[in-house]
Design a protein around this ligand. Structure first.
Ligand SMILES: Nc1ncnc2c1ncn2[C@@H]1O[C@H](COP(=O)(O)OP(=O)(O)OP(=O)(O)O)[C@@H](O)[C@H]1O
Length: 312
């Protein structure tokens, strides 16, 4: 289990992580989500004792990371900035790590196999693609057979087959009872991989929730209604907790209703002989829900280009 207690990091006047309190439980994949610059890597580095918090503390398996005598066997980590010797082969890189912890050669061969790197095990790392480098980083994280995994953007650089591989791997590691904490800025990917989500924006906790609850609360659901008597239906449906929006470019015969379900709308319409041409429950996309939640805290926005007049 990972625990963070009021973790805070400041660089000069800038607070990049503020009062983060969360628990990452064993047996689940917990996604750590946030837009670029939200403080995910900084938080992970603090969990791993690579950055010291300005305030607060964290534990892994009940102890600070630095208090573990054989860290590779407690916590496997993949960070964005890897320090690998480019002239070494993948096999030698992992053997060098294994030596520091008395891990046998058979385990090195096993993790190379798990990561799909057996065929290139004796090739130099400098010739590796980004995806192969990620696989090697994950092999290194698994080397000590750790109970906890902390992986910063492990999907980066992986091709579709690699993405599927890591998704299945993370799920199977969690099923074995391990604590799996994985960062990403892709909500759609995390929705397929994670059970639980910790969402940050500008260093602050925005949500600590299950994937299912996140969709239900952050995105909500609405019902699209098409009827020639939109005005009359609107009057009948209006009530506490019900929000009806005829969106900006919505034709006059359409309504988008939140706060009730299609069955209630259908029954109300039937009771007043209002014909319905369409009655469609809509689920907000996860990506949209994530963007809605984090939109105030996106650090790097793409500016809308100014109109430039005549085309050259
Ligand atoms: N050593 C440092 N000195 C000053 N500012 C830093 C330092 N390291 C990180 N930051 C700033 O802290 C903020 C959070 O960065 P961090 O890398 O933790 O975010 P992130 O959520 O992992 O983002 P990304 O998805 O882009 O990797 C950013 O604004 C970054 O510029």
């Amino acid at each position: 289990m990972i625990r963070a207690y009021e973790l805070t990091k400041r660089y000069g006047d800038t607070t990049v992580v503020q009062d983060l309190d969360f628990t990452v439980r064993p047996g689940t994949v917990t996604g750590f989500l946030g837009p670029n610059g939200a403080g995910k890597s900084t938080t992970m580095r603090m969990l791993l004792g690579l950055d010291s918090p300005t305030r607060g503390r964290s534990t892994i398996g009940g102890r600070a990371y630095a208090a573990h005598s054989a860290p590779l066997s407690e916590v496997g980590a993949l960070l964005e900035a890897r320090s690998v010797h480019p002239g070494r082969t993948a096999f030698n890189h992992l053997m060098a790590l294994a030596h520091t912890h008395g891990i046998p050669r058979s385990r090195v061969e096993h993790v190379l196999d798990l990561a799909g790197l057996t065929a290139v095990a004796h090739k130099r790392i400098k010739g590796f693609s980004l995806g192969m480098g990620q696989r090697l980083g994950i092999a290194a994280a698994l080397l000590g057979d750790p109970a906890t995994l902390i992986l910063d953007e492990p999907v980066n650089g992986l091709d579709p087959e690699g993405v599927l591989w890591i998704r299945n791997l993370l799920r199977s590691l969690a099923q074995q009872g391990r604590t799996v904490f994985v960062s990403s800025h892709l909500m759609s990917e995390m929705a397929l991989t994670a059970d639980h989500l910790i969402i940050v924006g500008r260093g602050r906790l925005l949500a600590d929730t299950t994937v299912a609850d996140f969709v239900a609360t952050a995105g909500g659901t609405s019902v699209k209604v098409v009827t020639p008597q939109a005005h009359a239906l609107r009057e009948l449906l209006t009530g506490p907790g019900i929000e009806i929006t005829p969106g900006p470019a919505t034709p006059p015969d359409r309504l988008e209703v939140r706060g009730t379900d299609a069955a209630h709308i259908g029954r109300t319409a039937a009771a007043h002989a209002i014909p319905l041409y369409e009655l469609t429950p809509q689920t907000a996309s996860l990506e949209q829900a994530f963007m809605d939640l984090t939109q105030e805290s996106v650090e790097y926005r793409i500016a809308t280009p100014e109109p430039t007049g005549a085309l050259a």
